[in-house]
Design a binder for this molecule. Structure first.
Ligand code: NAP
Ligand code: MG
Length: 403
């Protein structure tokens, strides 16, 4: 069989620990035999980050801006233990944080659904994709504990030195707490555009919710910016694609989400996204079945698994013990990136290959072959637990039978 040709490279960001082992297996067993892979390789493994003083992260992010598509392996975010373990020059920052800041992107997280693993909310038969605004609000707040008798005011000094002053609260007999939050129109606008673009890209409705009835200036500004951008730039495209933008209050959204069957994107303010993404991920069953894509407002895409480097399995692997680590989310990061590359470059055989590889993965699990984490959750009668490599080989067999 002739290998599928690519015209433009995708950016390949290698990573750490067990996911680095899986990364190579996925390429060797499921990608390289079928695709004449063109990639620009960056080693984001902690050792090389330390060697380059993190420069390799910046290089990989700028390459992503240049080529438009990246696939990333999970990476260690160093803490004090890791500084010792890897003898680091510094406690380097989170690679994901650095890449996100350079691409100014929004992260979309979606579960991969298979028969045999029923979500805790069994009516959720389609994925719910969560988009979290990753700037400001309570994550960049100023707060104080204040004494009884304090008068607290909100003061804004404009560029000409004029002051606007409003009382927050006059504390009487009891002291208390106050908090100052902010957000930026430009960041809210970027978030809105990322969300609308991704909705068009994946042909799904998009929901957004705030508490604008109570927060008549702050939350209302989010609602207005979303609405203005939608009306001016996206309404016609949404009509043509047959999808909808739906705005409601956050409490109404929560109630509707629980009653829904899924199949839409839920855009959340920063705190709502923090909380709701954990609820949604848990309800779908397994972190190992969550994919994640960082989308920038100018349309670059970086795909990855939502989980970490699976450190505990890696230490077993190093001791020569057998592991049964789930590679599905990392594999779907690869298929997501290959499909996007194919779409951007007009390569229908690359798009078809990505689709088939995803179908083969799901079919393998639905036929009862799965890693230990899914084995514990699956309600299939005939199921078999396999090790890390056996699973990928089984997907390869399913794929060969399909092609
Ligand atoms: P983790 O790697 O997500 O793993 C936590 C636990 O979840 C594992 O021990 C395992 O449970 C289960 N698990 C996660 N993914 C799995 C998979 N693919 N297959 C089977 N089981 C899976 O989180 P962590 O151990 O807290 O973090 C390890 C490292 O990852 C840290 O250094 C952290 O900085 C990094 N991290 C990176 C990213 C990223 O790059 N996006 C995200 C999160 C964390 P059992 O042990 O019970 O089997
Ligand atoms: Mg959270």
């Amino acid at each position: 069989m002739e290998k599928i040709k690519m015209t433009t490279p995708l950016v390949e960001m290698d990573g750490d620990e067990m996911t680095r082992i899986i990364w190579k297996m996925i390429k060797d067993i499921l990608i390289l035999p079928y695709v004449d892979l063109k990639s620009e390789y960056y080693d984001l493994g902690l050792e090389y980050r330390n060697e380059t003083n993190d420069k390799v992260i910046f290089d990989s992010a700028y390459a992503t801006k240049k080529y438009g598509v990246a696939v990333k392996c999970a990476t260690i975010t160093p803490n004090a233990d890791r500084v010792k373990e890897y003898n680091l020059k510094e406690m380097w920052k989170s690679p994901n944080g650095t890449i996100r800041a350079i691409l100014d992107g929004t992260v979309f997280r979606a579960p991969i659904i298979v028969k045999g693993i029923t979500p805790y909310i069994p009516t959720w038969t389609k994925p719910i994709t969560i988009a979290r605004h990753a700037y400001g609000d309570v994550y960049k707040n100023t707060e104080m504990q204040v004494e009884a008798g304090s008068k607290c005011e909100l003061v804004c000094t404009d560029k000409d030195g004029n002051e606007i002053r409003q009382t927050i609260h006059e504390f009487g007999e009891s002291g208390g707490i106050i908090q100052g939050l902010h957000n930026i129109d430009q960041s809210i606008g970027s978030f809105a555009r990322c969300c609308f673009n991704y909705a068009l890209d994946t042909k799904q409705d998009i929901w957004f919710a705030t508490k604008d009835t109570i927060s008549k200036k702050y939350d209302h500004r989010f609602k207005d910016i979303f609405n203005e951008i939608f009306e001016a730039e996206y309404k016609e495209k949404f009509d043509a694609a047959g999808i909808e933008y739906f705005y409601t209050l956050i409490d109404d959204a929560v109630a509707r989400v629980v009653r829904s069957e899924g199949g839409y994107i839920w855009a959340c303010k920063n705190y709502d996204g923090d909380v709701m993404s954990d609820m949604v991920a848990t309800a779908y069953g397994s972190l190992a079945m969550m994919t994640s894509v960082l989308v920038s407002p100018d349309g670059t895409y970086e795909y990855e698994a939502a989980h970490g480097t699976v450190q505990r399995h890696y230490y077993k692997h190093l001791k020569g013990e057998e592991t049964s680590t789930n590679s599905v989310a990392t594999l779907f990061a690869w298929t997501g990136a290959l499909r996007k590359r194919g779409e951007l470059d007009g390569l229908s055989d690359l798009v078809n290959f990505a689709d088939n590889l995803e179908k083969a993965t799901i079919k393998t699990i639905e036929d009862g072959i799965m890693t230990g984490d899914l084995y514990l959750l699956s309600n299939l009668e005939n199921k078999k637990k396999v090790n890390t490599e056996e699973f990928l080989l089984a997907v390869g067999d399913t794929l060969k039978a399909m092609l």
